[in-house]
Design a protein around this ligand. Structure first.
Ligand code: LLP
Length: 425
């Protein structure tokens, strides 16, 4: 379910006409729907039993403070992976006691910042990180709440580049090592070892993979408890997928969420532990679109290229993961309008800057606006300034109202960051 629909032949974001936003802000532009973010968060939180269990929105998916602020008001916490994300979450009004810090390579400075901030939990990924965290917290007279991320050797997800739970991946301590490290951690002065974490991949549509991982977590929990150790938290990560190809029928999503919640109850319900969840894509994916303008129509022998003003630096998912994004015309085509097959590409100087190949679309002309759907997650957060292109502005819609929540950067912002060394002046 999302709130991007046609009305009177025009695409609307909630009650705001996309064309009006594009006119006011220019293109390309990311447009987010507050109602969609809210709905996704609420459906998920209710299904998994918040607030007893905790939802830490994986802010790497979309970390705009307006998005975080919308979710913070609903009670969301944040799953963070850098000092920058912790600072951003705090700035957006997510309190420290709702922040978890994950990530396979945390620096001493970042761990110290997390301890000083008093965050809810550090997810430890290696034994050396455990030693470092304990030393840092102990030196400050503190004990940092922590869980150990275990690699259950169940890889899953929509693409090899986003699979994390296989033993071939860099994430988490191995299953065999987990008991020994956990027992050591339980006696360390600077950590309060509370449980386990896992996250096996992203864009997972098959609950069987998650279930296999969670069964391993359950078995490990029972083993640790059998050794007299305390396990009171299980952070189950994120990764639940959303359908990119059929956003109109997103009602599939809530069904998947219900089935996910039931599977968790079935596999872990008897343990009496607090569950933590780190959904990212599920909350933000369908809550955002990237609107772009057609710059050129270039008919070639085998296809017609639509060259648009958005590029791979603005939305890298197609180039990086061969990801599919639906493309909708902002002005709705009539049922009888001719359809043609297009390759849709950006202006960046490499062939990888292609959003879609052989895509049937209503006949499209220079100046038309197109929307890449399901661009709310891993869109703006993965953007760059490659080709010295300005970062795309972000707009949040709330009913008929909209606000620019990140303006387009200026050339001065961008070029002015360089410093010319003395010998070139
Ligand atoms: N927790 C941890 C520890 C993670 O590494 C991730 C995502 C999440 C939670 C959230 O996963 P989600 O619920 O969003 O699937 N850039 C890629 C996705 C990378 C995911 C990285 N980790 C893409 O555009 O598909």
């Amino acid at each position: 379910m999302h709130h991007f629909n046609y009305r009177n032949g025009q695409l609307f974001a909630e009650d705001a006409a996309v064309v009006a936003i594009a006119e006011a802000v220019g293109t390309p532009v990311y447009i987010y729907s507050a109602a969609t973010l809210t709905r996704h968060y609420q459906v998920f939180a209710r299904a998994v039993g918040a607030p007893k269990h905790r939802v830490f929105y994986a802010m790497k998916a979309n970390s705009n403070q307006a998005v975080l602020g919308t979710l913070a008001r609903l009670g969301a916490g944040a799953d963070t992976v850098s000092e920058g994300e912790i600072r951003r979450a705090l700035a957006a009004g997510i309190p420290a006691d709702r922040i978890v810090f994950s990530g396979v390579g945390k620096s001493a400075e970042e761990l110290a910042f997390a301890v000083d901030t008093g965050i809810y939990q550090v997810n430890i990924e290696t034994e050396s990180e455990l030693d470092l965290l304990s030393a840092i917290a102990h030196a400050r007279g503190k004990r940092q709440s922590a869980v150990i991320r275990v690699n259950p050797d169940v890889g899953a997800g929509g693409h090899a580049k986003i699979t994390t739970g296989s033993s071939a991946n860099k994430f988490g301590v191995s299953f065999d090592e987990a008991s020994r490290i956990y027992a050591r951690a339980a006696n360390m002065p600077g950590v309060k070892m509370l449980g386990l974490a896992t996250h096996i991949g992203s864009l997972i549509m098959d609950l069987g993979d998650l279930e296999a991982a969670f069964i391993r977590m359950r078995d490990l929990t029972l083993r640790l408890r059998g050794e007299g150790l305390t396990v009171e938290r299980l952070d189950l990560g994120g990764g639940l997928g959303i359908p990119y190809e059929i956003p109109e029928t997103f009602e599939h999503g809530p069904d998947l969420i219900e089935a996910y919640a039931a599977m968790i109850e079935r596999t872990l319900g008897s343990l009496d532990v607090e569950h933590g969840f780190e959904p990212g894509r599920l909350i933000a994916g369908n809550a955002g679109i990237l609107v772009t303008k057609v710059l050129q129509v270039n008919p070639r022998a085998h296809t017609t290229f639509l060259i648009v003003d958005a590029a791979m630096n603005d939305l890298i998912r197609p180039a990086m993961y061969e990801a599919y994004h639906e493309i909708w015309s902002v002005r709705q085509a009539t049922a009888s309008a001719p359809r043609k097959t297009y390759d849709v590409a950006g202006p960046v100087c490499e062939s990888g800057d292609t959003f879609a190949t052989a895509r049937p679309l209503p006949e499209t002309h220079i100046g038309d606006l197109l929307a890449f759907m399901t661009a709310g997650a891993y869109g703006a957060t993965m953007s760059s300034t490659y080709n010295t292109r300005l970062l795309v502005p972000e707009v949040l819609v709330n009913g008929a109202e909209f606000a620019i929540v990140r303006p387009r950067t200026t050339f001065n912002d961008l070029i002015g960051l360089d410093r010319v060394p003395r010998w070139l002046r």
